[in-house]
Ligand binder design. Structure first.
Ligand code: ZN
Length: 464
């Protein structure tokens, strides 16, 4: 019997990851992500999937990011009754992330209802915070490197991917008759040699690899991150304004905290008031410190000794909206780390509305900015951005640190692919805009001599 993989998301784009493995009538969905960014993609969240959720047996999640998990509550709402697996840390992070995603959906619906800007009356959320919570409760946490038998002839193994806490590549084994096929899904691959999380684990055996290509055409800035931070922060301090970091709550926030504390302790930047203004980032940082299995070496020892390696104690935490608003009163240099990373929502909008018109402000972008997001507009030098229905002039300086990305660059992805024990029959490139995906496919063909293709939405590949 044939085994197939159908690309139901993150095909030719970076969000909405969903890959359906079908074999002998059994169905396994790898990742269940939400589309984010461009409106035409976000509208796809509202279309019925080409597969009936009730017919799917299992969902496996590579990591917590919403573009890999945020469709799960809707999938359940639409009839999925199977089991859901992720690593233990991912299962914990989802208890924060999925209710938050539902909350954002509810806010958006309320906004449209108030303004009458939706053709649906009333506009409804894709799912609610409560449904997000219900979905998170269904996720079973699993250990790294332990093979889980999901059902007859179907097994999965999680291997650390070094992208964010809990992130994993998933090895899927499917037996048909006497034959077994092995497909490795990369999820998102982190950087080699990054602090906090260890390097991605090797692929080992794989007949097919489905790999992300977010930065498939880029090489991260070779200038070491502490040096880049030192330069930008010293300059911002001289200009005397606030440093606003729209941060991804999970991963980059912790890495940034780690670097900033290190630079302060080494006396390379002045001690500045620093605020972590995101309940999600604060909660996620606490989860980091509860999962020693995600670390190695000194980091693991410090986590096990309850000696917070992220130096959380040095940051002022703004949990309540009042604490957040109080930051507005601070004149002079201050570091404000606040979600969301692509400036699509969250408390950072308030800080930017207030401080973007001030030429002393520095906005510090720390990761991939998807097309259609305010983050991308700022990165491209927009003279104004729309926030809460107002055009806010941008006089602030906008800086980007690419190397702090939670994603490997093209060299890193090639390095990860080389950890396969032997050349796979084919590599599929997903989770990338068309150019980076094509560029990485070319490198795989020329440098590794492997078959590589970029599937389109709803393509179905034979696994033989
Ligand atoms: Zn991710």
């Amino acid at each position: 019997m044939a085994t197939t993989v159908e690309f139901l998301g993150a095909a030719g784009t970076v969000t909405g990851s969903k890959f359906l493995v079908e074999s002998d009538g059994r169905k396994l969905l790898v990742d269940c992500g939400l589309y984010q960014g461009l409106k035409e993609l976000r509208l796809r969240n509202w279309e019925r999937l080409p597969v009936d959720p009730a017919s799917v047996d299992w969902v496996v999640l590579t990591h917590g990011h919403i573009d890999h998990t945020g469709y799960l509550p809707r999938f359940i709402k639409d009839g999925f009754r199977g089991r859901v697996f992720a690593t233990r840390a991912t299962a914990d992070l989802l208890k924060l992330l999925l209710p938050d995603s539902g909350h954002l959906q509810e806010e958006e619906a309320a906004y449209h209802n108030k303004r009458g800007t939706s053709k649906h009356k009333p506009a409804l959320p894709l799912y609610t915070a409560e449904e997000g919570r219900g979905a998170a409760d269904l996720v079973t946490g699993a250990a790294y490197r332990e093979r889980l038998a999901l059902g007859p002839g179907v097994g999965i193994t999680f291997k650390r991917a070094g992208h964010i806490l809990g992130s994993a590549a998933v090895t899927v084994d499917v037996a048909t008759g006497t034959e077994t096929r092995r497909i490795v899904f990369s999820g998102d691959i982190g950087r080699y040699g990054a602090p906090i999380l260890p390097d991605p684990m090797p692929i080992e055996e794989a007949e097919y690899v489905v790999v992300e290509s977010t930065y498939g055409d880029r090489r991260h800035d070779p200038e070491p991150i502490p040096q880049q931070l030192e330069r930008v922060i010293s300059d911002a301090v001289k200009r005397g304004g606030a440093i606003i970091v729209p941060a991804f709550a999970i991963g980059r926030t912790q890495e940034l905290m780690y670097h900033l504390s290190g630079l302060e302790k080494a006396g390379r930047i002045p001690r500045l008031p620093a605020y972590l203004d995101s309940p999600m980032a604060i909660g996620a940082t606490e989860i980091y410190c509860a999962h020693p299995e995600d670390f190695e070496g000194d980091m693991r020892r410090m986590v096990m000794d309850r000696n917070c390696p992220l130096h959380c104690g040095d940051f002022r935490l703004a949990r309540s909206p009042d604490e957040s608003r109080a930051i507005n009163e601070i004149k002079g240099p201050v570091v404000i780390i606040s979600a969301s990373g692509m400036v699509t929502g969250g408390r950072v909008l308030h800080h930017l509305r207030l401080r973007l018109p001030d030429a002393r402000t520095t906005v510090f972008l720390v990761g991939y900015q998807a097309m259609g997001t305010r983050g991308r507009l700022l990165q491209n030098g927009a003279s104004s951005v729309r926030i809460f229905g107002e055009d806010i002039p941008v006089r602030a300086r906008v800086e980007t640190i690419h190397g702090l990305s939670a994603h490997a660059d093209a060299d890193g992805l090639i390095r990860w692919l080389r950890t396969a024990a032997r050349p796979p029959k084919r590599v599929f490139l997903v989770h990338g805009d068309p150019e980076p995906a094509k560029s990485l496919a070319e490198r795989i063909k020329t440098e590794l001599g492997w078959e590589a293709t970029v599937p389109k939405y709803r393509d179905r590949a034979q696994i033989d």
